[in-house]
Structure formats: C-alpha cells, structure tokens
Design a protein around this ligand. Sequence first.
Ligand code: ADP
Ligand code: MG
Length: 761
Amino acid sequence: MSKSKSSESVKVVVRCRPMNEKEQASKFERVVSVDVKLGQIVVRNPREASASEAPKVFTFDSVYDWNSKQIDLYDETFRPLVDSVLLGFNGTIFAYGQTGTGKTYTMEGVRHDPERRGVIPNSFEHIFTHISRSQNQQYLVRASYLEIYQEEIKDLLSKNQSHRLELRERPDTGVYVKDLSSFVTKSVREIEHVMNVGNQNRSVGATNMNEHSSRSHAIFVITVECSELGVDGENHIRVGKLNLVDLAGSERQTKTGAQGERLKEATKINLSLSALGNVISALVDGRSSHIPYRDSKLTRLLQDSLGGNACTVMVANIGPASYNMEETLTTLRYSNRAKNIKNKPRINEDPKDALLREFQEEIAKLKVQLQKRSGGKKKRKQRRRTGEGSDGEDLEGETEDDDEDGEDKGDYWREQQEKLERERNAIMEDHSLVAEEKVRLLNKKEKKMEDLRREREAGEMLAAKVKAMESKLLVGGKNIVDHTNEQQKMLQQRRHEIAEQKHREREMQQQMESRDEETLGLKETYTSLQQEVDIKTKKLKKLFAKLQAVKAEIQDIQEAHIRERQDLEQTQNELTRDLKLKHLIIENFIPLEEKNKIVSRAYIDEEDEHWKMKPITRVEDEHRMMNKPLSAVGYRRPLCHHARMAMMMKPDTRYKAVNIQILDMDLPTRTTIDYQEPAIAPTVAAALRDALRDEDEIQVDALGFYSSLGPTPPASTVSSLKKPKSGRPRTGKKSSTPTSPFSPSSPGSPLYPQCRGLVPK
Ligand code: ADP
Ligand code: MG
C-alpha cells in the first residue's frame, strides 16, 4: 500500500433531482437532459428567441439523473472515498447547489428509509461493517458536528449552544476548531444518535429551519483511527478524517435596501460560499500564487480538501425546471471549474494527536497499576503458601494470565475477609484478654477490614475503567466466518466492480468522442473534389457550431462577472456609506486625543481577523497615563475622608466609583417625604377659628349670579348656599363637606371660588 496517491483531481459529479409536484402541476418545462453513459449534462434554453442558440453541454466524472438511487451514488462515487478514509487518507464530500435541489437529500436523505438514506448514514454502515470484518486491527471512531452561520462556528453537539468556536492553526496538523466536542462511537446506532442530537440542536436554534439551512453550512466530521502492527514490529496508527459537508444554498442572496445589521448579515451569509468560489478559481487558474483560504471560515477549515492532501468529491445538485435555468448554469460552471483542482492525498501515519495512541497508553498504564495490585496480593499469597517470612518470590505468579487472575481475585478477597472474621471472633472469645485490650484489638481488625474493602473497591474501579476504555476500541474479526457476512461482502465486491466498469466505459466513451473529432480530418482521402468540399463543409459547420458555443459561453461568463461585480460594488457602496457615518460620529463627538489613544492601542488579530485592544501599558518617556494621585490608591478616583467613611458605613451610590460601562438607568432613591399636616394645639386652633369667623359670616348671595346663568336653583340649594363654610379654600386640610356650593349630585357646572372683590354684598 502506497503512503500517498499521486496527484488526484477533485471528483465532480452532478445530480439532477426529479421535478417536484408543484413544478409538475404548473407544467414547467424540463430544460436539463442527462446522459448518464457519457457523463454529460445538456441545458437547453426554452425561450423562443434563443431557439437557434446551441444547447450548453457540460461533461463530468459521473452524472446522475432523477431516477438515480442513493445506493448507486454511494457505490460508484462515495464508497471509494470512504475506503480511502479507512486507509488513513483525509476525505471530503461537498454538496453544492441552489436551495431545494437535493443537497440535504444527498447527504442525509430520508433517515428511516434504507432505500433513501443519504451518504452520511450509508458511510456509518460502511465504516462499522469494515471494522467488524477487519483482523488484527484496533479502531477508534469519533464524530463531531458543527455549523457555520454568518461566519460563526457553532458546535452542534455542545451543551452550550450559545457558545461560538474559534479556528486555530498548528504547524503540524493544520487548521482545527478549538474546543470542538467529539464523541467516541462504538456502533452505527451510537453515531446515528450523535447525528440526531446535532440535527435537533440545528433546528432548535433556527426560527425557520428552511431559511436557516439554506444560509448555513453543516459539517459532520468522522475521524477513524486504526492501529495495526507494522512489519517493523511496532504499532502504527493511521488517522483518516471524513468531512461531510452540506453547504448553504448557492443562489444569490438579495440584499436590496439592506442597511446596518441587515447589510452585515447579507454580506456575511454567502461570504464562505463566494470565498469557496474564489479559492477554486485561484487553484484552477494556476497563475495565482496566493490562494485566499483565509477569506472565510469554511475555506480555512476545508483547506486540506481543496488543493491539499485530501481526496475530495463534490456533488453539484441541480433542478430540472426552466425557472431554475440560470442557477443551474451557474452551478454547472462552478463545478466545471472545480474538477480541475488537483489534490495530493497522503496517508496520515502516526500523527501526534492520535487519540487512539492516548487510549492505548492509558490502558497500558492502568493495566500495570492493576497488575501491581494483583502482583502484591499474589506475593502475599505466595508468602502465605510457602510459609510466613519466606523470601521465595514466585515471578510466575505475577505473569499469570488474566482469566486465572480473575478467578483468583474472588477467592483472595473471600479468604482475606474470612480470615479477618475468624481473627475477630477469636479475639471476642478470648477471655484471657483485658476488656480494653480487646477493644483495641477489635478496632484494629475493623480498620483492617475497612482498608481491605477500600482496596478492593479501588481495584474494581480500576478494572472497570480499563474495561470501559477497552470497549471503546473496536476490534473486528468476530464474525468473520459468518456465512451471510461473506455473501454480503461478495455482493458489495460485485457492486464495486460494476461501478468501476461503468466508470471505465464512460471514460472510454468520452475519449472516443474527442478522438473522433481529432481523427476526422486525418484519415480521410477524397475521391472527388465535390466530396472533399462536402466533407469539409460538414466539418466546418461542426467547428462553427463549437465556436458559437464557446462564444456564447464566454458571453455568459462575462455577464455573470458583470453581475457579480455590480453586486460587489453595491456592497462596497453601502459599506462606504456606513463607514462615512462612523467617521462623522468619530470626528465630531470623540476628542482627537482619545481617538489617537484608541488607535495606538488597537491591533488586528490575524487569527480571527478582529480588531482588538492592547492592554494599557505605561510608556516611560511619554506620559500617556497620568499617575494616580496618592489619595486614590486602591480607588478609582481620589476620595475624601468623609466619602471613604460613608462608603464603609453604608453602601451609598453617591460615593461609588463611576463605571461608564454600566449603562443601565440608575433610579435615584427618593429624598422627599409626603407632606404631613402640622399638629395644631387646640388653643391655637380655637384662636384661628375665632379669627376667621368674621370672614365665615360673610353672606354670599349667589342668586344674582344664578339669574344671569339661567333658571333659579332649587330652594334647598339656595339655603345651603346661604352659609358656605369658607370662601377661601383651606390649605392642607381636606374639608369633609364639598367646597362647591352645589351638592355633588347636581349636574350643573361647578361654581369656582370667586374673588372676594367681585362677590356682591
Ligand atoms: P436542499 O438541501 O438542497 O435545500 P433538499 O435536500 O431539502 O434540498 O431537497 C428538497 C426536496 O426535494 C426534498 O423534499 C427532497 O426530498 C426532494 N429531493 C431532492 N432530491 C431528490 C431526489 N434525487 N429524489 C427524490 N427527491 C428528491
Ligand atoms: Mg438543505
């Protein structure tokens, strides 16, 4: 087995989904035709005006039409890739295309229907079946699941779903996600459970799952580590990583009228996808020395899969209906470019971060500890057997095999227990001992028994730990002789052969086509001039049609470029406008001195492309920071003695240091109290009453007033008007009777207190 494959192109396959019910009902025309044998997709323009336009033809490694089965795709396209992951290569499967064209269907499919299961569940089955059939190999399989949404990485398996993860890079292993959780899985069921948990977290976080999934990238990562005894007698570990990527919908996101936050969101949504396009272009171009991997999280994370050391398959999903034509063509062009990317896959052997190695070492360490315990026991036992104090150590006793050890273990503990029990009983029955001595001895024995129990528990725990760790390491070969298993294996082999055969046929046919064209002119000898003219005219026509197709293609691409450029310009304009506003605020509202301070402290963090602030440091010669006055040591600002005392006595906000970062409204405590009527001494009250009596006795004759207003008020009202309590409202004292001369039931307009000068005498 070679450690690295020679350079290998990214394999691109195209899958066209069937017309859905809505499209059928609306009688949309099918514009895509698929030639599975030739590996060609032909797109025809349905518009009348372009009837003369030649259909557009794209050739790929394999193409799948609407009748394609999930299992066919798996056997022909994905199985070889997963096989190389099992050999220790890195592998990536992308699903690319417009929303609703079957990316998720291809990757996940319909979970509970074995016929319609996608690549991810099929790869689970494949991996664990491979392991169960392996011999003399030890495997460790783990899974992670993450999502990139608006350039933020979310761990779909983490308990804390609000946490965002960061990318880090190490020179030896490359780019990785810091703190990404991964779960060791021992079976298909377990890994399926991991996927379900992740999917649940994905949909719970989204208000509209369709919208969310069309804007986010989901990556399921399976790491398979395999340990095998090499020819050099050493254990070697190979690590293969399989990235299963369900990309965001590739349709252009409209961002008309977007501003502020929404603009930011719109520019971020497809950032990863357009960066992916740029990376592909740069890789294929061959002229650019700089590949813009760092432009987005997705491209950084999948750097290995694009021009790196991984095997990559890209599935381009398209829709067949006429209204999807533009997007279909864009997808096909995009994928056409991607097939020219060259990777250099190589096996990851004995990487430093292999978890399997850590597991093996830990198990070995625990086993040694366990051995020491049982060794110690045996020595003691041996001593007992050969007589107390004997020096004869039985080395063989320490290397006895586990089974015997297991059997012995129980006996040993029982023996010890019984012995202690016997000794205790002996002490109890021994009448020659003084009571105190007896108690002391008994206590000693109790303690010994307790120690024994604890030792036993510790031993058991250790054994359980070893067992648990060992159970995570998978070894195959258990049912290798199983008949059905053999048959299945044969069947798979056959399917694989058929797939290979199909692939070869397709390649040959594609080659024949191109050779036909080349040799057309060479082999022909002409019998007459007329024949020569005819044949050459035919050839010319063919070449002319080809030229036209290429010209049309160039024009399409140019148009696409112009659209893209306009889009970028629009984004740029909006961002510039945004920037201008920020400038305006900074220039007018932030003191220059403060601005300069901030500018000198700010730096860009290359890792995550964010501006950050350096901590404040004192520059010796430049006194940028003032020394704190002595009176402020330990405080944020200078405080007077009174303030310090007040702070100590009671928590008064008045003496708290100002923290401008807390911007919540601080409601002040109330400093006023309700008005309380002063208590008046009875003598003073009497004097006041007397003093006011004269005024009280003023007769108010409101009759004249009423005659001017309308009808005369009823007699009762007039009599009550005769003696109003007071013409002046009394401050601070609610009068028990209404001050209004009218009774409260009177619906007439209220009579307001009047100026005394106007009251008729
Ligand atoms: P995407 O993930 O690209 O947005 P989906 O995978 O959700 O699209 O597919 C949209 C719909 O089309 C789903 O209902 C799916 O079942 C259906 N579909 C997609 N591809 C196929 C196919 N090859 N065969 C049958 N149904 C398909
Ligand atoms: Mg989807």
